[in-house]
Structures are given as structure tokens and as C-alpha cells.
Design a protein around this ligand. Structure first.
Ligand code: 26W
Length: 813
């Protein structure tokens, strides 16, 4: 596409910022606050983006390429001002202009509210994917929900997590555009009437429904250096209030109206803060249908306007990727539209639908698999229920007649079973592609969780190992490392991240490794300053920065990490002269508000921190820092400073992980289990450059199968574990008594379901190896470089290229 970016000098930018401050903010540059400057800059950026945005849309209209719509209940996009500046090629200039005006770029960019419209990995992946699609010039867009309240803000009070509402829209969000004229109606409830038409066929009329207005807010998705701007469309629920309705003279009616409006606006009211645990809440299914129905209407309207061909050709022009099962009502909703509104018969509608929808699975945890009570769907979405029922009937009959060898599996494959609708089954049956997010995960789907479906549809299953955008997660967050890489191997790695392997030649190059060491050191200093500012605690920049940042979940085993900390502390108390490499343990994690055990672990980490950090006998050799309110912005500060990346989930449980990729790309070494993408990291960097420990997934599955693991045996035989456990059970920790009886009892009486005690020995031993290896700075740096050099494989550009080639069959524009 034509390159028309307005290149500016720094002085021109300075002038533009000044005049924007005056024009938009009604103040002078002398009196401008950080916020004034932030809004001025975002307006300049927006003007630049908007030109490319209309051009991109125009281009798609003319060429009518096949387009991909990524449907997701979550988009964790992070702040946009810096990434947009980077992608339009103005970041360096803008930084300098800000400095010239006497402000700090970091402070200016921090004015932007970080929209927390996602829980964790799944939402952040969606954001990386959109960025890569735009940067690779693919016509791909996101469809999501514009929640008024995002992920809660986390505060610690006496070490306990408390949740504060995140009203992120309090101040104007400069990147969204409300498109009121493109609003669509979404219908809930009502009755379905069946008519026999003259020709004998049946017609369904859906009447007396509750109408909700879905209003789109579009956010630009800016490609890197290519003038492409795609769209993230987020739907907001509004009441389709008719003026005259509100002027009703009846007070009772009037209040009924207000009440009704409130319940409508609830639909896009807040993000459910549950990660990996399903709850059958009616509001959540309303949210899901709202997203699906509004997005489909908008997609089909666009198709009709531009393509002007029968919807029979939809699969040639549209592919819908559903991010986990959350948008899986896409299948029956598209069927409904094609049959009831477009007049297709069942077979044709099914052919179209199942060739448009593709499904990504992100978890095998059974508690995360969505199952909706069938009566709930029946009353909320009666027509969709009929269609799901019919899909199920035909599916089960198909097995019965065509796959007799699977007959006895029907009860565990049926979409409707035990009065519940199994959404993963619906998604597999109604799509043409089912993918896992790392090799091991996909194998587990094929061989275990979905083995019957794999027997039925082997051709649907495929793997797409996750990735992260190296533009945000390297270039933006670590400009010093970025410059060093470019000075060393030239700039081609930016468009071909695989070429980072050219760095391997420098793995023994002293001057280069020195520079790498200085950069890590500088990043650690700046994180240390931030930690001091936030917590008042001074950390040693020479210590190992040992980082575990992710949602708090038992399977992710933050508990194993803190057990190791407690063990080191006990050792130091018993042997004050013990020679250990100083460490700073850094945690960031939110627990789902209703997840009691996860909250206990938070409280434990905070308790350990407050004792360890203030114990003079430890002489600063250990520090434990639990940073509040972990989110994308905080990740961006921590990741460039990490030495050691903790990826220690129970093997077989973490579908992929993406934090592992982000830290590797910034030169951290991984300590991890053979789980998710860790395995693929290991295979690239090689055993000497990663610290692998613990049970493997087959062993874990075998223990679950046989029940041969007895946690108490370990408690009885490993003194270190007995000590820790007894401390939790009301024992002494330092000079304080602590009490975490629930953790104690859970591990012993629920038989340690995540193998914390079982893996403890291997973990501490491997941590000792880390301690030893960190002392040899040059070797460590060399390993760090090898990790960076192999991280190009984990650019989401590679992932998106694979989706585009294998699933979507779309072309670059
Ligand atoms: C219905 C409640 C609920 C909410 C979110 C269930 C499940 C989820 C997600 C599937 C949780 C999630 O974010 N999964 C993570 O997805 C990442 C991106 O693929 C993976 O890297 C992580 O391993 C996986 O845990």
C-alpha cells in the first residue's frame, strides 16, 4: 500500500503538541499537566491513524478479500499510546519532543488508563493476534465487548486481596470511536411460533422478544510501518428506548422503564473476573449471546454491502475464529439467521456455518469447560435452543448410523447431556478447525480430552503454538535491548523475528555480552526504583530477579514458589553463614474474587514477605516483593528486568503460557516444568539453557489414574517439608506465629492435587543449580543471549502466519 506517513521533525512535533494543548485542552504549554500533553499527543497520533484507517477500509471494500473476524469475550490490549507511536514510526521523535518540552515520556504515557478488558492469557493473546494481523497486512478484525467495568483493581489490606471496581471510562478514552449509526438490535427471550408454509416447509417466527441495542465502539489496530489499520469493534449494550415510551404519564411505567434500561445496560456492565473457572450465570450467557449476535449482524451486513452475492458464498469471504467456547453460540446463531431470515434449508445452512467457524481451545481444566443448563438457554434463547437440539439430534444419529464403533461413546459426546449444553462439544461439531495452543496441549486434546471427537474428525484438529508480539514485548518495553540487537545484526529481525538467531554468533563475544549485562542491569535498576516507590522496600540490583507473574491458580503453583522461599529462609535462620546468591522474589497475581484458596496463597506470600523483608538476620539476602494490581502495564515494567522466569505449573495443566515467551525474549532464563510451550522453548534453546524439573505430564496422568501418590508420605519423610507444613499449621516463622491451616489441611487431606510436595525436592535442587550458575556472570549472559536469539519463533507473527495459511486461507493485502 502507498506510504503516506507524515514524517515530522522533533521541532515540528513540539509545535504540534503546543497547539493541540491550546486547541483541545484550552490551556497553555506553560500550564499544561501530564494529562494535557497525553491528550494532545493521542490526538496527533489519531489524525495520523485515521488517514490509514479509512484507506485500509477502502482497500478492503474494493478488493473484497476474505476477512477474518476474531470473536473474543476478552481483549487485553494494554495502553495504546506508546504502541501506536511505535507502529506509526513516531515513538523516538515523540519521546524527544516530550523531553524537549520538559516532561517525562514515561509519566505522560502512564496517563492512559490500561483497559483491563480481559482476565489473563486468553485476552492478551487476542490483543497480540490483532496487532500481528495488522502488522502482516492481513484483513483481520476483533469483535468484543466494551465492558464499562474491567478487571477489578487489586489492593492488599493486611496482606489480603481486596477488589475495587475498575471504572476505566471515567475520563475520555481517546482511541475509541462510537459508531451509533452502525448499531444493531439483539433479541432475547420471546416465543417461537411455527407455521406451515404453502409448499409444506416450516417457518419459524420469533416474537415478543426483548430488544437490546448493540452500539459499536471501534478501536484502531495499527500495523507496524505499513499504513494498515484494522478494527477492534467492541459492543456496548444500550436500551433501544423509544422517545414516546419515556414520556409516558404513568409513574409506575416510567420506573419500570428505568429498571428495564438498567438491566439492559448490565449486559456490557462488567467483565467476569473468573479465569479458568466456569459459573453458569445468566448474565454471562447474555453477554455471550450479545457479542455473538451483534457481531454476526455486523459481519453479514458488511458482506451484503460489499460482496453482493448469495450468502451461500460466505465461507469464501468470511472466517470466524472463536476464542475458546465463550462465543460458541456463533454456531446456532448463524444457523438461525441463515434459515429463519435468509431462507436456507438446514443442510445448506449447516454447510455454510460449519465452513465459516473455527474454534481455539485454551484449556483442558474440567472446571473451566462451559456447560449451560439447558432450561436456562431454553427460556433465554428459545429459538437457539431448538437449533442446538436439532444439531445434537443429527450429530448423535450420525454417530449411531455411520460410526457404530463410537456408539457407546454417544453419552459422553452428546452436545446436550445431563440437562446441560456442552459448549466445547458444540464448538467442535459446528466448526471446520479445532486447535490447541501448544504442541503438548494439542496432543492432550487429541489423545485424551477430545479423543472421541478426534476419532470422528481427525482432519479438524491442528496445533497453533501461541506467540506474542515482539513489537510491544521487546521493542516497546526494552528499547535498549532493541537498539543493541539492531546495532549488532541490523534491522531485518524486526520484520523477520526468526533472524534473531543471527545473534547466536555473539554468544561468546565478551564486549557484546558486557553490553547485554549492562542493559539487564539498567532495567533492574529501574524496576528497583519502581519497587521502592511503590512499597518502600529497597532491593539489591545484584540479586537474582526471580519472577512469577500470572493469574493466581493452584495449578500454576505459586505455592511451590513460596515453599521454596520459606525453605531458604529456614536454611538461613539455621545456618546464618550459608552462602547463597541474593535473590529478589517478585510476584504479581490476581485471584478470582470467589477463589478462597487462591486468596489464602496471596495472604501467605504477603505474610512471608513482611517477615523475610524485615528480618535483619537475613542481611538482605532474600527479598519478597508482591506487587499489587498485576496488569499489562505492570508486566511491561517487570519483564525486561527478569533474570529468572518461573513457569512451574503441574505438567499437563498449562495449555501454553505466554509470559514464558515474553520473559525469554527479554533474556530471562526459564525454570519450568515440561508443560505447555515450555517444552518448545526447551527444544529450541537446549537443556543447558533452561532449568527443567519435576514430574512429566504422563506421570501426572498416571498418578491421577492409579491414585498411587500419597502426599502424606512426603510429609513423613522430608524434614524440610515437614518443617514448612508445621509452620503453616500454627508454627513459628521467624519470630512470629503464622497460621495457614487451610493450606496445611488441603495438601494433606486432599492429597496435594497439584503435586506441590511431590515436586518440591526437584524444584529446590534445580533452584540450587540456578544459584550456582548465576555466579558465573559470563556463562549466564551467554545463556540469556541464546534465549533471546531463539525467541523469534514465539513472535505472534509466526503464529498468525500459521493461522492464515492453515486455517483461514487468507491473503496479505
Ligand atoms: C468461563 C471461565 C473461563 C474464563 C477464561 C474459562 C477459561 C478461560 C480461559 C480459557 C483461561 C485462559 O486464559 N487460558 C489461557 O490461555 C492462554 C492463551 O492461549 C494460554 O497461554 C494459557 O496457558 C491458558 O491458561
Amino acid at each position: 500500500m502507498k506510504k503516506t506517513l507524515t514524517k515530522r521533525t522533533i521541532d515540528e512535533l513540539v509545535d504540534e503538541i503546543k497547539s493541540k494543548v491550546e486547541l483541545l485542552r484550552g490551556t497553555t504549554i506553560e500550564n499544561a499537566t501530564n494529562k494535557d500533553i497525553y491528550y494532545a499527543i493521542s490526538s496527533i497520533v489519531n489524525e495520523e491513524i485515521n488517514k490509514s484507517w479509512t484507506q485500509t477500509e477502502e482497500n478492503y471494500k474494493q478488493k473484497q478479500p476474505k476477512q477474518i473476524y476474531y470473536l473474543s469475550m476478552e481483549f487485553l490490549i494494554g495502553r495504546l499510546v506508546e504502541s501506536n507511536l511505535l507502529n506509526i514510526g513516531l515513538l523516538k521523535e515523540c519521546n524527544e519532543a516530550i523531553v524537549k518540552l520538559g516532561y517525562s515520556p514515561e509519566d505522560i504515557y502512564a496517563q492512559e488508563k490500561d483497559p483491563g478488558l480481559g482476565n489473563g492469557g486468553l485476552g492478551r493473546l487476542a490483543a497480540c493476534f490483532l496487532e500481528s494481523m495488522a502488522s502482516l497486512s492481513y484483513p483481520g478484525h476483533g469483535c468484543g465487548i466494551r465492558y464499562r467495568y474491567g478487571m477489578f483493581e487489586q489492593r492488599f489490606i493486611n496482606g489480603h486481596q481486596t477488589e475495587l471496581p475498575d471504572y476505566w471510562l471515567k475520563e475520555e478514552y481517546p482511541w475509541e470511536i462510537r459508531k451509533a449509526e452502525e448499531a444493531v438490535e439483539v433479541h432475547f427471550g420471546g416465543e417461537v411460533h411455527m407455521f406451515k408454509k404453502r409448499n409444506g416447509s416450516l417457518e419459524f417466527r420469533h416474537e415478543n422478544t426483548d430488544k437490546v441495542l448493540a452500539v459499536p465502539y471501534d478501536v484502531p489496530v495499527v500495523g507496524y510501518n505499513n499504513q494498515v489499520v484494522n478494527t477492534l469493534r467492541m459492543w456496548s449494550a444500550e436500551s433501544p428506548a423509544v422517545e414516546s415510551d419515556l414520556q409516558t404519564s404513568h409513574t409506575a411505567q416510567y420506573y419500570h422503564h428505568l429498571e428495564h434500561n438498567r438491566s439492559i445496560e448490565q449486559i456490557s456492565g462488567f467483565l467476569y473476573p473468573d479465569d479458568s473457572s466456569y459459573e453458569g450465570k445468566i448474565l454471562r450467557i447474555r453477554q455471550q449471546y450479545f457479542l455473538v449476535s451483534a457481531s454476526l449482524k455486523s459481519i453479514l451486513r458488511e458482506y451484503k454491502q460489499n460482496v453482493r452475492r448469495s450468502l451461500a458464498h460466505l465461507p469464501e469471504k468470511v472466517v470466524i475464529q472463536i476464542n475458546d467456547t465463550h462465543p460458541s453460540l456463533t454456531v446456532p446463531e448463524l444457523m438461525r439467521i441463515l434459515m429463519d431470515e435468509e431462507g436456507f434449508g438446514w443442510e445448506k445452512a449447516w454447510e455454510i456455518t460449519s465452513n465459516v467457524v473455527a474454534y481455539t481451545n485454551h484449556t483442558t481444566l474440567s472446571e473451566a469447560l462451559e456447560k449451560w443448563p439447558k432450561d436456562m438457554i431454553k427460556s433465554l434463547l428459545p429459538r437457539l435452543y431448538m437449533i442446538i437440539d436439532e444439531i445434537n439430534e443429527r450429530f448423535c444419529q450420525g454417530i449411531w448410523f455411520d460410526y457404530p464403533e463410537l456408539r457407546d461413546k454417544i453419552p459422553e459426546m452428546a452436545i446436550i447431556a445431563d440437562d446441560q449444553i456442552h459448549m466445547a462439544r458444540l464448538a467442535v461439531v459446528g466448526s471446520f478447525s479445532v486447535n490447541g495452543v501448544a504442541k503438548l496441549h494439542t496432543e492432550i486434546l487429541k489423545k485424551q480430552e477430545m479423543k472421541n471427537f478426534y476419532a470422528l474428525y481427525p482432519e479438524k484438529f491442528n496445533n497453533k503454538t501461541n506467540g506474542i508480539t515482539h513489537r510491544r514485548w521487546l521493542m516497546q518495553v526494552n528499547p535498549k535491548l532493541t537498539s543493541l540487537i539492531t546495532e549488532t545484526i541490523g534491522p531485518r529481525w524486526i520484520s523477520r523475528p526468526n533472524e534473531l538467531t543471527n545473534l547466536l554468533r555473539y554468544s561468546k563475544d565478551r564486549p557484546f555480552l558486557d553490553k547485554l549485562g549492562q542493559i539487564k542491569r539498567a532495567n533492574k535498576e529501574s524496576l528497583a526504583n519502581f519497587i521502592h516507590e511503590k512499597t518502600g522496600i529497597v532491593v539489591d540490583e545484584n540479586s537474582i530477579f526471580d519472577v512469577q507473574i500470572k493469574r493466581l491458580h493452584e495449578y500454576k503453583r505459586q505455592l511451590l514458589n513460596i515453599f521454596h522461599v520459606i525453605h531458604l529462609y529456614n536454611e538461613l535462620k539455621n545456618h546464618p553463614q550459608l552462602d547463597i546468591t541474593p535473590r529478589t522474589f517478585i510476584f504479581g497475581a490476581k485471584a478470582a474474587p470467589g477463589y478462597y484458596f487462591a486468596k489464602e496463597i496471596i495472604k501467605l506470600i504477603n505474610t512471608v514477605a513482611s517477615i523475610v523483608n524485615h528480618d535483619p538476620e537475613i542481611k538482605g539476602k532474600l527479598k519478597v516483593i508482591f506487587l499489587e494490581n498485576y496488569n499489562v502495564s505492570l508486566a511491561e515494567r517487570i519483564i525486561p528486568a527478569a533474570d529468572l522466569s518461573e513457569q512451574i505449573s503441574t505438567a499437563g495443566k498449562e495449555a501454553s503460557g505466554t509470559g514464558n515467551m515474553k520473559m525469554m525474549m527479554n533474556g530471562a532464563l526459564t525454570i519450568g516444568t515440561l508443560d505447555g510451550a515450555n517444552i518448545e522453548i526447551k527444544n529450541l534453546v537446549g537443556d543447558p539453557n533452561i532449568f527443567i524439573f519435576g514430574l512429566q505430564s504422563e506421570e501426572v496422568f498416571e498418578y491421577y489414574r492409579t491414585g498411587a501418590y500419597v502426599a502424606r508420605d512426603i510429609y513423613n519423610t522430608d524434614e524440610r517439608i515437614a518443617d514448612i507444613m508445621n509452620q503453616l499449621n500454627g508454627g513459628e516463622f521467624g519470630s512470629q506465629e503464622i497460621e495457614f491451616k487451610d493450606i496445611y489441611y488441603h495438601l494433606l487431606y486432599n492429597n496435594d492435587p497439584y503435586f506441590i510436595l511431590k515436586d518440591f525436592d526437584a524444584y529446590t535442587e534445580t533452584q540450587q543449580l540456578v544459584d550456582q550458575e548465576y555466579r558465573d556472570k559470563d556463562t549466564w549472559l551467554s545463556k540469556s543471549l541464546i534465549n533471546i536469539a531463539h525467541s523469534g519463533k514465539f513472535s505472534s507473527d509466526r503464529t498468525i502466519q500459521e493461522y492464515a495459511n492453515d486455517i483461514w486461507k487468507i491473503q496479505k493485502q
